[in-house]
Design a protein around this ligand. Structure first.
Ligand code: SF4
Length: 470
C-alpha cells in the first residue's frame, strides 16, 4: 500500500498509478466474508443452496447496503402528489430522503417538499409532541392540506413520543386525515418500512367493506420514475383496461381512497407492495397478480396474465395484436445492441427480487451473462427463481455490503454493475461500467420502449472508450 500513500502526497507516474490500482484490486479480491454473512452468499449450484439465508435482519457492523425503516416508508409514500409529509425527527432524516425519487406528477407538486420538526437536544429531554402539534398547526394554516403523513424516526422511537395521540387530536381539531407512519429507523430493515407505509395507505383507504365495485384495476408498486407509470397506463388503456389508482406514482389521496372499488390489483414492485396487495385481498376481496414490465419476456407474460385474469376474449385479442406490433417495432434495434453486447458479463444488486429476476432475463436476451446477483429485500421464493434462471457458479448474495460487492465483481470479471445510488461509486472506483436502475434515474426502463433504452444505456456504458484509459 506504499504506492497509495505516495499517490496521496505526490504526483506519481501512470505506471505507478496502474500498479496501485492492481494492488487495490488484488487486496479487494482477497477480502474474507464476515462469518455471520456466509449463509447469505453462495455460488449458484442446482443441487445446493437450500439453506440460503435472506429476508432477515442485517448483521450488526456488516455495513449493509440497505436503507433504514423510515427511508423504506418514505420512498413508498413520497410519490402521492397531493399529500403532505412531516418527518418527526432531526433535520438529517428529512434531508436524507428529500425529493429522492424521480417520480413525476401530472398535477400537484406538493410531494416534492419535505417538512421536519427538526428535533434538538431539549426535545429529546422534554419530548417532541408539542413541537409536532405546532408543525401540524402551521401546515394546516399555511397550506390547507387534506392528508398529512407523520413519520416517526429513530429518535422518536427512543424518546417515545405518542404520535398516534397527536395525530388523533389533529384529526379531531381540523377534520382532515393525519396518519401516523410507524417507522423508527432502527426498528427493523427497509422491508419493515415498506410495511409501515402500506399500513398507512390502508389507514387512508379505511377498512370498510366496499359494495360499489368498478370494472377497473389498481396498479401497485410503480412510482412513476421518468413517467414509467404513464407508459404502462397507456398500454392498459389500449387494452381498454381502466386504472383506478396507481400506487403510488402520480397518485392523489382521493385515488387511493377509491382503490378498494377495483376488481383486480396488479403488483409491479413486489418487495414493497405484496403486503398491501394481501391486505387488500383480505379486507376488500381484491385478488392480485405479480407482474413485471421490465424486459420483453416479462412484459409479454404480464400483459397475457392480466388479460387472462380479466377473462375477456376481446382484451386477449387486443393484447396479442399489441405485443406483435410492439415487438416488430423494436426488433432491429435490439438486434444491433445484441451484436455489441454478446459475451459481456453483468453484476446486479437491486432492491427487490422481482426486478433482479427481470434483469437476469433481459441480460440473457442481450446475449450477456449474469455473474453476480443480489437484492436488499428479496424473499426465499425470489431467490429460488433467481437460482433456477442463473448459470452454475453465479454469485448470489442477499443484503450485501460494499466489500462483498467489490470482491465478487472483481472475482467474476463483471463488465457492468446494475444498482442504485449507493452502488455507483463502487463500480466506478473499480473501473467497472454502471447502470442506474433505481429511483433517481431520469429515463424510462419499462415497457417495450424501456427495453430499447436499457439496451442502449448498457451499450453506451459498457462499450464507452473511457474504459480503455482506466
Ligand atoms: S430514521 Fe434513523 S437511520 Fe433513518 S435517517 Fe433518521 S436517524 Fe438515520
Amino acid at each position: 500500500m506504499e504506492n497509495v500513500k505516495k499517490d496521496y502526497y505526490n504526483k506519481i507516474t501512470i505506471d505507478e498509478c496502474l500498479e496501485t490500482v492492481d494492488e487495490i484490486k488484488y487486496e479487494k479480491k482477497r477480502i474474507d466474508l464476515i462469518k455471520e454473512r456466509e449463509a447469505s452468499v453462495c455460488y449458484n449450484s442446482k443441487n445446493k443452496g437450500e439453506n440460503f439465508k435472506c429476508d432477515a435482519e442485517s448483521v450488526s457492523g456488516s455495513v449493509s447496503q440497505r436503507a433504514c425503516v423510515y427511508c423504506g416508508a418514505r420512498v413508498v409514500l413520497n410519490p402521492i402528489t397531493d399529500a403532505y409529509h412531516i418527518v418527526h425527527g432531526p433535520i438529517g432524516c428529512a434531508s436524507y430522503t428529500w425529493d429522492i425519487r424521480g417520480s413525476l406528477s401530472s398535477g400537484e407538486e406538493v410531494y416534492r417538499n419535505s417538512f421536519s420538526t427538526d428535533l434538538r437536544e431539549t426535545d429529546v429531554i422534554f419530548g417532541g409532541e408539542k413541537k409536532l402539534s405546532g408543525a401540524i398547526d402551521e401546515i394546516v394554516e399555511k397550506y390547507k392540506p387534506k392528508v398529512i403523513f407523520i413519520y416517526s424516526t429513530c429518535i422518536v422511537g427512543v424518546i417515545g413520543d405518542d404520535i398516534d395521540a397527536v395525530c388523533r387530536e389533529a384529526e379531531k381539531k381540523y377534520s382532515i386525515r393525519v396518519i401516523p407512519v410507524k417507522s423508527p429507523g432502527f426498528a427493523g430493515n427497509k422491508s419493515t418500512g415498506y410495511k409501515a407505509a402500506c399500513n398507512a395507505i390502508i389507514n387512508l383507504m379505511s377498512t370498510k367493506k366496499v359494495i360499489d365495485k368498478r370494472n377497473a384495476i389498481n396498479y401497485l408498486g410503480d412510482f412513476n420514475l421518468a413517467g414509467e407509470a404513464w407508459i404502462i397506463s397507456d398500454y392498459l388503456k389500449r387494452m381498454e383496461i381502466d386504472i383506478i389508482a396507481k400506487i403510488t406514482g402520480d397518485s392523489t389521496c382521493s385515488d387511493l381512497m377509491n382503490a378498494p372499488m377495483a376488481r383486480l390489483n396488479i403488483v409491479q414492485c413486489a418487495g414493497s407492495m405484496t403486503y398491501l396487495a394481501k391486505q387488500m385481498e383480505e379486507i376488500y376481496d381484491i385478488p392480485f397478480l405479480k407482474v413485471s414490465f421490465y424486459g420483453i419476456q416479462d412484459i409479454k407474460n404480464s400483459l397475457f396474465q392480466i388479460a387472462d385474469a380479466i377473462g375477456n376474449e376481446k382484451v386477449k385479442e387486443k393484447v396479442r395484436k399489441f405485443v406483435e406490433e410492439e415487438e416488430r417495432k423494436i426488433e432491429k434495434e435490439l438486434e444491433y445492441y445484441r451484436s455489441r453486447l454478446t459475451g459481456k458479463k453483468a453484476a446486479i444488486f437491486v432492491g427487490g427480487g422481482f426486478k433482479a429476476i427481470s434483469l437476469i432475463k433481459q441480460f440473457n436476451d442481450l446475449g450477456m451473462e449474469t455473474v453476480m446477483v443480489g437484492t436488499q429485500t428479496g424473499k426465499p421464493e425470489d431467490y429460488e427463481i433467481i437460482r433456477s434462471i442463473s448459470n452454475e457458479g453465479t454469485v448470489i448474495l442477499d443484503d450485501a455490503n460494499p466489500a462483498e460487492l467489490e470482491k465478487f465483481m472483481l472475482e467474476k470479471g463483471a463488465d457492468i454493475l446494475v444498482g442504485g445510488v449507493k452502488e455507483r461509486p463502487l463500480a466506478y472506483k473499480l473501473g467497472v461500467a454502471f447502470c442506474d436502475h433505481n429511483h433517481e434515474r431520469k429515463h424510462a426502463l419499462c415497457g417495450f420502449e424501456g427495453a430499447v433504452n436499457f439496451a442502449m444505456e448498457i451499450d453506451l456504458t459498457v462499450n464507452s472508450p473511457v474504459w480503455n484509459y482506466v
